[in-house]
Write a protein that binds this ligand. Structure first.
Ligand code: NAG
Ligand code: NAG
Ligand code: NAG
Ligand code: NAG
Length: 908
């Protein structure tokens, strides 16, 4: 089989001479955007000045040659690569001999690793699920240049011959700098994060460079690296919508650059400052296939507990338990659905984890019980940093006993002013009233200690879920005189990082020039790279594992919650994420602002995290910092009602912005959240699909319509699954908006009225109280009469919204279970409407269904008033249905238990 998969090219024409003309940018540590020029260019012997730019020398003059013939490994092949000219370098430390290994996985999945042939380098310790055997009908072919030729590699889609990855120019592989460039088959490039992208689709002209490295960096423009690390992209290759995706499995500080080659073709440069090249390619062929294939490798999302699909209310700056009570009362009086009350660090004593603030917060346990009896769940925040008050704070003492904290990599780096009792731990400062140390969550002993502290805390406060914030990890004022919140009466102090190869790497990436970056170093607002972590067997440099911190804390926290709530599904909300986080945590998009632009960009963030395999995602509704206008907050509540994770949250010192504050916003929020709650069974079914098979929940239009070229640029609308399309109003002062409708029939979700035109842009009315949201013809949406909590709505009757396509047919499914426990046998029903007959197939009717039934079916796009309707063989009385001729909606009242198959026949 191997020969079918890789063709070792015997001849590659003129590769070397094309490269320089192609203009692969020579990377300047301070950035090329500010000039740099010929003088700086001359510092790098691997570069040359060409016209007005500094470019990499030709492949063949620099880079690697293929050292011999490929060796079959049974799962692929290996081939050596030899450095061509050790005198030509960017930053030195070029690896003389590399080994390229191609590993065939599933038919849709191939991996390419390039390592140091002589010694091991850091590889990402996050486990992946890989198949035991290769597939037999690969969707791809791999070509590598022949022995003796400059290294070149391309990977093609077998069915079309499209080169999805095709190296351009020389490979650079230095100890602390790796760079390669690929031509892309099209400009339909999506993904990479965590960054705030202003458009979903990437652009190539002018060149754009984005850093990736976990950082406590609020969202916004300016090419900033933010909380998570997701070096993953996908490309729609052609008009037919063939799509592939690529994971660059590397956790070091990196950047990606999009630009046009001199022949006009789109290209992508990837640079990292550590680790190895480890690429996973997924061949789809559809955009949704790619999502499922990627999620199968990194781990699918946990199915969130049903209550977490409800509305979450949060803020930083609740003044007391009474303040929370007041807000909750206001929400109830306004009739606004709410399932979760979230409490930020305000509840703690001096911002210390596992404590309850004296005075205003001392009755927190009682508040939690009250909220529980009110049908709500409670989420509490935890930060990773642990205060070093060894005399008065037991968690840190027990943590030190477990040796649970991140250390300096060598004792010689421990600062002279190291606080007493902190051993060789790296000491920083965050929210608490004293300096802190940071748990090493990779370490089994740390995970045990963390679980124990969480369990002890739960004995004090019976919270339901945890929000783990600040886990990039964030440290204030690193390398500065002092953190901005450091006590004024103390000698200024901050964590200061050494100037060594780790904390002052030769190429610090663009991250040092964007966003906060107050110290201009890669350790800005975080711990020093010269730290050490261990998983018990292997030790790691923080330089390499920095971006895994949020992932490792998610794993540890999830384990702790499993011990606390055996058999239950957990909700852990994490700010920092990495590929592999989804089974352990959900995500929100971080600190945004009460701005229309941030509202608009949240749609892009939602879609991107669904590409990254983390479907349970949302942004802070109404904006975290700043004060929203009532209009903005109303529009954001409407959009946020269709965030899978729907939470309103704001910052300290801003006034309350819960939806009940202002009567008009309250009314709008109530209506739109009741619409959300009505369709939660559909959202739950989609999340269950995501859990089982890795599908996405929030989808861009091109995902549902891959051949629709216009849809590939639409990023102010999105789908839930393939059935509901949301078109939020994203700017001020509007009472209408243009909505792009791909081919098909479309109906207003709430009224069932048909959208009056065929494919294309349609102007729809959107007065402030209206969120434009549509259902696609051909879809059956399960629903349930809404209530103000899911505890109540889960008792209500179910219904089906049946939106007909042009053949008067539709299909859908419903997943249901008890909402909290992991079960093997759970209820699924699939529905088909065709030829005027609705049928369902029920599997695994269970006891939790007792008392639940369907009480209505609504047909959208029905042509005429029926003469007769039978349900499971019995004729209905005509008074049980109503036909609204003007909008073509047929409402039928039925009464059929959920676990009984439906058979509804309509006679026209
Ligand atoms: C304590 O709670 C009251 C009532 O909510 C509030 O007015 C006061 O500012 C709070 N005190 C502090 C220190 O937050
Ligand atoms: C931390 O605790 C020590 C010992 O109680 C105290 O001297 C110091 O002022 C505290 N605060 C900070 C910010 O270190
Ligand atoms: C450490 O090594 C032991 C023995 O090989 C293994 O069972 C364990 O899973 C390893 N732990 C980690 C975190 O890799
Ligand atoms: C609907 O009727 C047509 C023509 O009788 C038949 O071919 C088709 O299979 C039917 N579809 C279903 C779902 O019963």
């Amino acid at each position: 089989m191997a020969s079918r998969r890789h063709l070792v090219a015997t001849l590659l024409l003129l590769i070397g001479s094309v490269a320089a003309q192609n203009g692969i940018e020579c990377p300047f540590p301070g950035g090329t955007e500010n000039g740099g020029g010929v003088a700086e260019c001359s510092l790098y012997t691997a570069c040359l000045w060409k016209g007005s730019e500094c470019v990499m020398q030709n492949n063949g003059d620099i880079g690697y040659t293929v050292a011999g013939d490929p060796q079959d490994t049974g799962r692929g092949f290996k081939v050596g690569l030899d450095l061509i000219d050790a005198t030509k370098t960017l930053f030195g430390g070029d690896i003389p001999g590399l080994e390229l290994e191609v590993i065939y996985h599933e038919d849709y999945h191939v991996q390419v690793k390039i390592r140091d042939a002589a010694s091991a380098r850091y590889e990402v310790p996050v486990p992946l699920t890989l198949p035991a055997e290769a597939g037999t009908l690969p969707l791809y072919t791999v070509e590598v240049a022949a022995a003796g030729q400059p290294f070149e590699m391309s990977i093609s889609r077998a069915a079309t011959g499209t080169k999805v990855f095709s190296t351009v120019g020389a490979l650079v592989y230095e100890n602390q700098f790796i760079q390669f460039t690929t031509q892309l088959p099209s400009t339909y490039l999506y993904g990479f994060g965590e960054n705030t992208h202003s458009r979903l689709r990437h652009t190539f002209e002018p060149r754009n460079t984005w850093p990736i490295f976990a950082r406590d960096q609020p969202v916004g423009t300016g090419f900033m690296n933010e909380y998570g690390h997701h070096p993953y992209y996908s490309v729609v290759e052609d008009d037919a919508g063939h799509t592939h995706s690529v994971l660059f499995f590397n956790s070091n500080a990196m950047e990606y650059s999009t630009f046009l080659l001199s022949d006009g073709s789109p290209a992508l440069t990837l640079r990292t400052i550590g680790g190895i090249i480890d690429l996973h390619f997924f061949f789809g062929p559809t955009p949704e296939d790619v999502n499922m294939q990627y999620a199968a490798m990194i781990g699918t999302t946990e199915l969130p507990p049903y209550w977490s699909l409800g509305f979450h209310l949060s803020r930083w700056g609740y003044k007391s338990t009474d303040h929370v009570r007041e807000v909750r009362q206001r929400m109830k009086e306004a009739g606004i659905p709410q399932d979760v009350q979230v409490i930020d660090i305000d509840y703690m004593e001096n911002s210390r984890d596992f404590t309850i603030g004296a005075g205003n917060w001392s009755d927190l346990p009682q508040l939690v019980e009250e909220l529980h009896s009110d049908g709500l769940k409670v989420t509490l925040i935890l930060d990773p940093a642990v205060v070093i008050d060894f005399d008065n704070y037991e968690p840190v003492v027990r943590g030190r006993d477990a040796d649970a904290f991140i250390k300096w990599m060598t004792p010689s780096l421990v600062p002279g002013d190291q606080p007493a009792g902190t051993n060789d731990y790296m000491v920083g400062y965050v929210w608490p009233d004293n300096k802190t140390v940071f748990p090493d969550f990779l370490k089994p002993e740390t995970q045990d200690w963390w679980a124990q502290e969480i369990a002890l805390f739960h004995q004090m406060v019976p919270f339901d879920s945890l929000w783990i914030d600040m886990n990039e990890p964030s440290n204030f004022g690193t390398n500065l005189d002092k953190p901005s919140n450091y006590p004024d009466d103390l000698e200024p102090w901050s964590l200061k990082c050494p100037f060594n190869f780790l904390d002052s790497p030769p190429y610090p990436t663009k991250m040092t020039r964007v966003g906060f970056s107050r110290s201009g170093r890669i350790s800005d607002r975080t711990l020093c790279m010269s730290g050490a972590q261990t998983n018990g067997n292997d030790s790691y440099l923080l330089y390499d594992t920095h971006s895994l911190y949020g992932w490792s804390e998610s794993v540890a926290t999830h384990k702790a919650m499993e011990l606390l709530f055996p058999g239950k599904r957990q909700l852990v909300l994490s700010r920092s994420t990495f590929p592999g986080s989804a089974p352990y945590a959900i995500h929100w998009l971080g600190d945004n602002e009460a701005l229309w632009d941030d509202l608009a960009r949240s749609v892009i963030g939602l879609i991107e995290f669904n590409l990254f395999g983390m479907p349970m995602v949302g942004a802070d509704i109404c904006g975290f910092s700043g004060r929203p206008t009532q209009e903005l907050c109303a529009r954001w509540m409407q959009l946020g009602a269709f965030y899978p994770f729907s939470r309103n949250h704001n910052a300290k010192n801003s006034p309350d912005q819960d939806p009940a504050v202002h009567p008009q916003v309250a009314e709008i929020s109530k209506d739109v959240l009741l619409l959300r709650y009505k369709y939660l069974p559909y959202l739950y079914t989609l999340l269950h699909d995501a859990h089982m098979g890795g599908s996405s929940v929030v989808r861009p239009l091109y995902n549902v319509f891959p051949r629709d070229v216009i849809a590939r640029d639409v990023d102010d609308q999105f789908f839930w699954g393939t059935g509901i399309m949301v078109a939020p109003v994203i700017a001020a002062g509007l009472t209408e908006r243009d909505v792009y409708f791909p081919e098909g029939l479309w109906y207003d979700l709430a009224s069932g009225a048909r959208v009056s035109s065929l494919a294309g842009l349609v102007n729809v009315a959107a007065p402030l109280e209206v969120l434009p949201v549509f259902v696609r013809g051909g879809t059956i949406l399960p629903n349930q009469a809404p209530a103000t909590t899911t505890q109540l709505s889960r008792e209500n009757p179910f219904g089906l919204t049946i939106a007909l396509d042009s053949a008067f047919s539709a299909e859908g499914a419903l997943f249901w279970d008890d909402g909290e426990y992991d079960r093997v046998m759970t209820y699924t029903s699939t529905f088909t409407f065709a030829n005027n007959t609705l049928t369902s197939v029920v599997t695994n009717g269970q006891d939790e269904l007792v008392g639940l039934s369907f009480d209505n079916v609504a047909f959208y796009g029905y042509p005429s008033n029926p003469t007769a309707i039978t349900v499971n063989g019995e004729a209905l009385d005509p008074s049980t249905w109503a036909f609204e001729e003007a909008i073509g909606v047929l409402n039928v009242k039925i009464d059929v238990p959920l676990d009984v198959s439906l058979d509804i026949q309509i006679t026209v």
